[in-house]
Design a protein around this ligand. Structure first.
Ligand SMILES: Nc1ncnc2c1ncn2[C@@H]1O[C@H](COP(=O)(O)OP(=O)(O)O)[C@@H](O)[C@H]1O
Ligand SMILES: [Mg+2]
Length: 301
């Protein structure tokens, strides 16, 4: 039987400590009236959660639907450093106005909870793909790969490493067919102690893309996961690329190669950081190979 981890002394100390000042100095969000500033949410308002926050729908005074990401101190996994980093990164990205980054509207603190107010996506990409896998095809796959590689190109241009670039951290907007990146709590910028190259984001992304195209092809999750591990550890690209059973039938050769190289980016960096940078640039620059592309399937929500 699984036992829950016990609360350590450090965690108790952290839960009881006041919120750091930097979290109180959020770019305040004034779009909720005092009475309606959401402190608690209902089950119906819940949209999703990751390993850090819970996200809910809310309405502003002028009737706009927004997403509120709540990071609460009663969660054992609460970490002030991550909350501060997310605040800093959201404030920075909101100034860039980039089409593939989620809009950040501001934040507020209620008691021990920090909440970030965000533009509301129609659905998480991860969920969309689970619901609509049977309607996915190569053209729709190409759309996702193209947009996601565009995100890496932009991350490189600002020097940011997202550090968690996969479908659960992307939301989809059906009317514009845009995929936007969310969840910047682990993202780093040049100057941060633990900063790495933005091109290392390609590794996780390529694994997700490779697994997705195997699922579209009809393989089960366990098989797709096994092959994904093989992809990131193989050094024989040619052999892997020749195995037609591992690739969507009408995916072009250049696209297969890009996924293969992106999946191996960490190994390339390990051998030579310079070669890693060059390969990363080549992959994102060549993203037009993911053509032709089609609008993603409609969701009922
Ligand atoms: N702006 C948003 N619009 C729609 N759904 C969102 C939005 N932000 C987050 N979500 C949903 O909530 C989930 C958790 O959000 P995320 O920021 O990834 O939290 P965590 O830091 O805990 O991983 C996401 O996977 C997504 O399903
Ligand atoms: Mg997340």
């Amino acid at each position: 039987m699984q036992t829950l981890p016990s609360v350590t002394y450090d965690q108790h100390a952290q839960l009881n400590a006041p919120l750091p000042k930097r979290l109180h100095s959020l770019d305040k969000f004034h779009g909720f009236s005092v009475e309606s500033k959401p402190a608690t949410f209902t089950k119906e308002e819940f949209i999703g959660s990751g390993c850090f926050g819970s996200v809910f729908k809310a309405k502003t005074i002028d009737g706009r639907q927004v997403a509120v990401k709540r990071i609460s101190k009663d969660q054992l996994r609460y970490d002030c450093c991550l909350a501060e980093r997310e605040k800093q990164n959201l404030e920075y990205i909101s100034s860039l106005n980039y089409q593939h980054f989620i809009g950040y509207l501001g934040g507020y603190v209620i008691g021990a909870n920090v909440q970030f107010v965000l533009e509301l996506g129609d659905i998480s990409l991860d969920k969309l793909l689970k619901l609509k896998l049977h309607e996915m095809n190569t053209h729709r796959f190409n759309n996702i790969a193209y947009q996601a590689l565009g995100m890496v190109a932009f991350l490189d241009s600002i020097g940011m490493c997202h550090n968690d670039l996969y479908f659960a951290n992307m939301v989809y907007f059906h009317s514009t067919d845009l995929i936007k990146l969310i969840d910047f709590e682990r993202s780093t910028l040049p100057g941060d102690d633990d900063h790495e190259s933005p091109f290392l984001d390609l590794g996780l992304l390529a694994g997700a893309l490779f697994e997705l195209q195997l699922s579209i092809k009809g393989y089960d999750k366990a098989y797709a996961m096994r092959k994904k591990i093989e992809l990131s550890s193989t050094s024989n690209f040619d052999n892997f690329l020749r195995r037609d059973a591992l690739w969507l039938d009408d995916l072009n050769e250049q696209s297969k190669y890009s996924i293969m190289a992106a999946g191996n980016i960490r190994n390339i960096f390990r051998k030579s950081p310079k070669a890693g940078e060059t390969k990363g640039k080549e992959i994102v620059k060549g993203r037009e190979c993911f053509s032709p592309r089609a609008h993603l399937p409609l969701t009922e929500s």
